[in-house]
Ligand binder design. Structure first.
Ligand SMILES: NC(=O)c1ccc[n+]([C@@H]2O[C@H](COP(=O)([O-])OP(=O)(O)OC[C@H]3O[C@@H](n4cnc5c(N)ncnc54)[C@H](OP(=O)(O)O)[C@@H]3O)[C@@H](O)[C@H]2O)c1
Length: 280
């Protein structure tokens, strides 16, 4: 069955491979990207390769809540239904930065997607088979959860900030399942494997060398997209929700990822930090 699927970060790496694989299955795609030129180039390529399919482009920078809110509003005006939302965009930042008093890695990887997801929930509720897929990572095991809610504790460490954001992706997945599972919305998180993409490029000269050495042992973006594509579109994935997936299988995330107090706390924190993001 043809689905309408929205995806963030489809201009590179795993997101791009996910978009191509879903387009090849005949699904309609809504691409939410920050770079208009890259987005247009991708849309043109998809349209010429899959002329019978529908593709549309919306611009949002996940670090800019107002642009995310606007994209969700525009999508809601043009579509009656959304079957799958893939919150794929993300990254790691070498230096501390913040947007609206939120550490920037958390803003991009989690908070922007939080606002986007809640903005698109009414459309998802109109689907008979609604799914949300959140790209997390095994790096969530490196998280220091207490720093998420009080970033003034301790010095900035990029890997910890990234791990915290990826832990938040799992908490968000579980909260969505708990709050909207009864509405038929399935939410799952994914670790895509260690994949050769633009991830971490330019992060530091040392990291670039490390990536170059490691790249022959890393998986391709096509392989890295497999679990996202499965959860987004395969009828068999319909039985799962609130789970953390790796290599097409549900696996156990860290103890912190299953801590209900923190799952609840992240939800409250996200509402507080995103302000009146939902117009209420
Ligand atoms: N690669 C891995 O080994 C690995 C492992 C575990 C998890 N992951 C996760 O997989 C996801 C995809 O990563 P990737 O490896 O494919 O990385 P990538 O090649 O760097 O792609 C990241 C995508 O996110 C977009 N993006 C970044 N910041 C954004 C922002 N502020 N607003 C909107 N879009 C933004 C990028 O847009 P531009 O094209 O404009 O830069 C790009 O399309 C991420 O969530 C990452 O954490 C990756």
């Amino acid at each position: 069955m043809k689905k309408t699927i929205a995806i963030t970060g489809a201009t590179s790496g795993i997101g791009k491979a996910t978009a191509w694989q879903l387009a090849a299955k005949g699904h309609e795609l809504i691409l939410i990207v920050r770079n208009q030129e890259k987005g247009k180039e991708l849309i043109n390529k998809l349209k010429s390769r899959f002329p019978g399919s529908d593709f549309s482009l919306y611009i949002a920078d996940l670090a800019d809540i107002s642009s995310v809110r606007q994209a969700a509003k525009d999508i809601s005006q043009h579509f009656e239904r959304l079957d799958t939302l893939i919150n794929n965009a993300g990254g790691i930042l070498a230096k501390y930065d913040e947007v609206d008093s939120v550490e920037r890695t958390m803003a991009i990887n989690h908070l922007g997607h939080f606002v986007l997801t809640l903005g698109l929930l009414p459309l998802l509720k109109n689907s008979q088979d609604a799914r949300i897929v959140n790209l997390s990572s095994e790096a969530h095991r490196l998280a220091k959860p207490r720093l998420i809610f009080n970033s003034s504790l301790g010095q900035y460490a990029p890997m910890t900030a990234y791990g915290n954001a990826k832990l938040a992706n799992i908490w968000f997945t579980k909260a969505l399942h708990q709050k909207y599972g009864d509405d038929g919305i399935k939410s799952n998180a994914v670790h895509p494997g260690v994949v050769t993409t633009s991830f971490g490029k330019g992060f530091s000269p040392f990291w670039d060398v490390l990536l170059k050495i490691a790249s022959p042992f890393m998986r391709s973006p096509q392989k890295g997209a497999e679990t996202s594509v499965f959860l987004a579109s395969n009828p068999k994935a319909n039985e799962f929700s609130g789970q953390y997936f790796k290599d097409l299988r549900s696996v156990m995330p860290s103890g912190a990822a299953r801590n209900q107090k923190w799952i609840d706390q992240l939800w409250e924190w996200s509402i507080e930090k995103s302000g009146a993001a939902f117009g209420n």
